[in-house]
Design a protein around this ligand. Structure first.
Ligand code: MN
Ligand code: MN
Length: 284
């Protein structure tokens, strides 16, 4: 007799009933303002994850032994219909949250983040959003589309209001977005300065963590649609994630890998290693 052989993210093959985290792929890149391709990220990440180890020597934890993650595969998303896709992502999040598990979305373009945030904001009225990104993502709309990935943090602000969005690594956006952020967001430019103080402030509060991988410098992470020079290093990001260990994380996502822009495959390998570190950091 043979066993079912399905490719999951490495070691994310625990039974649903026992899982603390449910990981799924959202292969959608319809509103990407510059170069498309994030729809190929989740399948590339699953395949390439077998190139990394399940053990993290940084954390002395192993995905096989110290994490309970169920990989639900990819959603089937209609290309070009943002509102319908956001609805599908909301439904997926709702199922996972109703089962008392933590949703982990692998993008896909960043616009999708507003869907799990809306579900979790209903579930946790004092939800906080922690946002790592090169970009402000605060445009009211982009070329008339309010659901663009360039508007996703504005859409999250519509849901959460002032003072509950904490952005780090931001180094690109319109002047008006940066000035608006001063009034309405807790924005930290360029790096992770201030993260430790924030983690203390957020003690016990429910937090959604959204990671736009283009926060990384394009020299280590060229595989993305809108590369932005001057980003953080792999170790700076990894150490920042380690500092989040004490937070009450109720959902998270890892967005904006576009694997085909990096023919070396390094960007996908970086994404895999970051996902491993995230899962091990937050596993109880
Ligand atoms: Mn970005
Ligand atoms: Mn973004």
């Amino acid at each position: 007799m043979l066993e079912k052989n399905v490719t999951t993210f490495i070691a994310c093959d625990k039974p649903y009933d026992e899982a603390e985290f449910v990981l799924w792929g959202a292969p959608f890149d319809s509103t990407t303002s510059f170069r498309p391709g994030t729809r190929f990220a989740s399948s590339a990440i699953r395949t390439e994850s077998f190139g990394i180890e399940t053990y993290s020597p940084y954390l002395d934890k192993d995905l096989e032994e110290d994490a309970r993650v169920f990989d639900a595969g990819d959603l089937e998303l209609v290309f070009g219909d943002s509102e319908r896709v956001l609805e599908q992502v909301k439904q997926m999040t709702q199922i996972i949250v109703s089962d008392d598990k933590i949703p982990v979305m692998i993008g896909g373009e960043h616009s999708l983040t507003s869907a799990p945030v809306s579900v979790l904001a209903r579930h946790y009225p004092d939800l906080q959003l922690l946002h790592f990104d090169a970009h402000t993502d605060l445009r009211e709309d982009y070329l008339g589309n309010p659901w663009s990935h360039a508007s996703v943090i504005k859409r999250c602000h519509d849901l959460l209001g002032d003072g509950r969005i904490h952005s780090f690594g931001i180094r690109s956006g319109e002047k008006a977005e940066f000035y608006w952020a001063k009034e309405h967001l807790d924005m930290h430019k360029f790096n992770f300065d201030g993260l430790e103080d924030l983690v203390e402030q957020l003690d016990g509060k429910p937090v959604y963590f959204t990671l736009d991988l283009d926060v990384l410098d394009p020299s280590i992470f060229p595989g993305t649609g809108t590369p932005e020079a001057g980003g953080v290093s792999f170790d700076e990001l990894r150490i920042a994630i380690t500092k989040l260990a004490g937070l009450n994380i109720v959902g998270l996502d890892v967005m904006e890998l576009a694997p085909h822009y990096d023919h070396s495959g390094v960007s996908t390998a970086v994404a895999c290693k970051i996902i491993r570190e995230i899962l091990l950091t937050f596993s109880k």
